[in-house]
Design a binder for this molecule. Structure first.
Ligand code: ATP
Ligand code: MG
Length: 727
């Protein structure tokens, strides 16, 4: 293990060679007392493994202090009950070896130190033993380690299952889908050199023996604006750099590409070229290898890279303006796009510089000025890339489909999705992301309370109400029919006349001014809250207040691509492009859904999928802003503890019975604390535990005896100290 974390004596610990130690049960009261003293000392050094054991559980300071102690000892995992909190160490720790996987495989959750493998194993065991679909929800801000965590879960499952050739093949594909998706969907940002710019939900499907048989991926909201623009210090999606660095001369020649990155406008805004942590050429070969694992044909790969190259050429088209009419600056770039996608050069050039409007049968062609031509070109590049990405997900899913698709299967879903975002300036994208987080928080509340209730019922204990903040009111504010923010936004987008971002804001202010979670600039002025601009509104999210700037909302929501360009695309010979620009859409009278409505629908679909599953949670935390090891920045961490709702998590957990153990486990572990149960108790485990808790001086209200488990409200007696040490 990375650091010497004490482990349970019931199951034995792991030595550096990965072998299990023989259990060491204390033999006398004297030994036990010594152990407890050692436990207290250890607790000072490494903190508690479960935040529910913190005496001062309402204190943020105590919470952070515990995280810091553990982080300093390279103990990056801590529980809040069943929730796993993970702090990104920004360095390789030797805690993911096959020995460690073996150690956690089949072990009881609370018998071993907190670990992501413990969580993965518990999910897998419940799937097997109770036939219940599982989902693992990973959240946290950019760079906190969500994607790494999701890969660890996948690795654990692959290692725990893959002993037959057939199963290994499935596991290879599940793992192989990652490099392909990351090449197209990840990019270097200022926060993370390998930042996922899309949300991902992946189902791993199992047969009833517990072997993986396939999978399915759903993707959410790719940040397509990155294709045409990157901020200083950031890059475009990895695949562009990989292709230029890794492809052979011959491939590049076929794609009309030069290796020199400076050649391409779409790669020129952000940081130029390579970065230390990523070898693009090596990654290119990995991606090609993974595409083969995913059974993508040479033709598919050729079509795909032709599209990637065509996007770079689109960026280089360039326009001048004569008498208010856009003129193409570099016809060679238009030719390259036409050749790569297989369409008519002249038609493409026309579509880049004109707009056809069909107003009730009157067809009018009007030339675009330079500004609009650039807008149309960028819209095309974004649409092409975005649709390519969705195609890729569909294609990977085809490879992941189980061979003999059984009628019933069990699944473990893994959700790796953007965490709450609060920037200096928050726009449409942050609105979508934070809306998504509200929905997931709502799901968390429903599922946590549901599972608590279920457990109490199963154990025959009377349910006691837990008080918590229910964020349904905020979800409603955003998505309610007719008067929610989304409805009002769509209404404004579709309104005839000249809707603008400011007219949309006005609409919000008029309709929502009385809502307790909506703050207009008027309200802010009145309440002398933080001053707001005249183009802003503020929402009181469950995780805190966020001020949004409405500029760009309507345009991003409309997501318009001129018909001329869509028409050319739907008649290309590139089979992928032809497929994703359906010719039928051109004649359809129905207006496509707005961006936010599409997102809302896909989120509601996701919630429905997750609702039917038993959840586990991983909350990821980034320790500093510099991607550095051994740097624990309290301020940055506290911010995340708040926005992840961890204090609320802990409160909910502590509000009921925070500590619970099956009778057998508890008796075995603590029988030496009571003369009547030591050295052996011959009655039932439940009776033994009853004697034990009475002997330990627990009052009637402090604990409950369930059907199979003991529940303790506040675990604060001696054995908890020792438990913190021993667990
Ligand atoms: P984003 O939202 O931007 O996609 P993320 O939460 O998915 O961010 P990751 O890409 O998983 O973040 O992690 C960022 C980096 O942090 C990784 O590339 C890796 O260098 C480091 N890292 C994350 N988790 C671990 C870990 N468990 N051990 C070592 N390094 C880690
Ligand atoms: Mg990620």
């Amino acid at each position: 293990m990375g650091a010497s974390e004490p482990v349970s004596d019931t199951g034995g610990g792991v030595t550096s060679s990965g072998k299990r130690k023989a259990p060491e049960v204390p033999k006398t009261h004297h030994e036990l007392r010594k152990n407890m003293e050692r436990g207290l000392h250890e607790r000072d050094r490494v903190g508690v493994q479960d935040f529910v054991l913190l005496e001062n559980f309402e204190s943020e300071d105590a919470f952070i202090d515990n995280l810091r102690k553990r982080f300093n000892e390279n103990l990056i995992y801590t529980y809040i009950g069943q929730v796993l909190v993970s702090v990104n160490p920004y360095k390789k720790l030797p805690i993911y070896t096959s020995e460690v996987i073996q150690y956690y495989h089949g072990r009881n959750f609370f018998e071993a130190p907190p670990h992501i493998f413990a969580l993965a194993d518990t999910a897998y065991q419940s799937l097997l033993k109770e036939n219940r679909d599982q989902c693992i929800l990973i959240s946290g801000e950019s760079g906190s380690g969500k994607t790494e965590a999701s890969k660890k879960v996948l690795e654990f499952i692959a290692a725990a299952t893959g002993h037959k050739k057939q199963v290994e093949e499935v596991n290879d594909k599940l793992i192989g889908s990652n490099p392909v998706l990351e090449a197209f969907g990840n990019a270097k940002t200022n926060r993370n050199d390998n930042s996922s710019r899309f949300g991902k939900y992946m189902d791993i499907q199992f047969n009833f023996q517990g072997d993986p048989i396939g999978g399915n991926i759903l993707n959410y909201l790719l940040e397509k604006s990155r294709v045409v623009h990157q901020f200083s210090g950031e890059r475009n999606f990895h695949i562009f750099y990989q292709l230029l660095a890794g492809a052979s001369e011959e491939t590049l020649r076929k794609l009309y590409l030069k290796r020199n990155l400076d050649t391409y406008y779409y790669m020129s805004n952000g940081t130029k070229g390579t970065i230390d942590t990523i070898d693009d050429a090596v990654q290119y070969n990995e991606v090609i290898k993974a595409m083969k694992t995913m059974e993508m044909t040479q033709q598919e790969q050729d079509d795909l890279f032709a599209i990637v190259a065509s996007v770079l050429h689109m960026g280089n088209v360039g326009f001048t303006e004569e008498d208010g009419v856009a003129q193409i600056l570099k016809p060679a770039s238009v030719e390259a796009v036409a050749a790569l996608l297989g369409c008519n050069i002249r038609q493409l050039a026309e579509a880049f510089t004109n707009r056809t409007i069909d107003a009730h049968g009157d067809v009018v062609v009007s030339p675009l000025n330079r500004e609009f031509a650039i807008y149309a070109r960028d819209a095309l590049a974004k649409a092409v890339y975005d649709r390519l990405f969705t195609w890729l997900v569909t294609r990977l899913n085809k490879s992941l489909q189980p061979v003999n698709n059984p009628r019933s299967k069990m699944v473990i879903g893994i959700l790796d999705i953007y965490g709450f975002e609060i920037f200096q300036k928050n726009s449409f994208e942050q609105f979508c992301i934070n809306y998504c987080n509200e929905k997931l928080q709502q799901l968390f509340i429903q599922l946590t309370l549901k599972s608590e209730q279920e457990e109490y019922l199963k154990e025959g204990i009377t349910w006691e109400n837990v008080h918590y903040f229910n964020n349904k009111v905020i979800c409603d504010l955003i998505e309610e029919k007719y008067k929610g923010i989304i409805s009002l936004m769509d209404e404004e987008c579709l309104r005839p006349g000249e809707p603008t971002d400011l007219s949309f804001l006005e609409k919000l202010n008029v309709n929502l001014n009385n809502h307790p979670h909506y703050i207009s600039h008027m309200k802010a002025d009145l309440q002398t809250q933080k001053v707001m601009g005249r183009d802003e509104f503020r929402l009181v999210h469950y995780a805190g207040e966020v001020t949004y700037n409405v500029r760009g909302f309507l345009e991003k929501n409309n997501d318009l691509l001129y018909r001329d360009l869509r028409e050319v695309m739907s008649h290309t010979t590139n089979s992928i492009i032809k497929n994703v620009f359906d010719v039928k859409d051109l004649t359809s009278k129905k207006r496509p859904d707005t961006a936010i409505t599409q997102f809302k629908n896909s989120l509601n679909n996701l919630v429905e999928i997750l609702m039917g599953k038993e959840p586990s949670y991983i909350r990821c935390i980034k320790p500093n802003d510099y991607k550095m090891a051994n740097q624990f920045n309290e301020q940055i961490i506290l911010h995340q503890v708040k926005y992840l709702g961890l204090m609320e998590n802990l409160r909910v957990r502590r509000a009921g019975f925070a500590y619970r153990r099956p009778y057998e486990q508890f008796l075995q572990r603590y029988k030496s604390l009571c003369p009547q149960t030591w050295p052996n108790y011959y009655g039932s485990a439940k009776e033994g535990v009853q004697l034990l808790v009475c002997h330990l001086g627990y009052e009637q209200d402090e604990y409950r005896m369930g059907n199979t488990k003991l529940f303790i409200r506040f675990p604060k007696t001696l054995f908890d100290t020792e438990d913190a040490f021993q667990m």
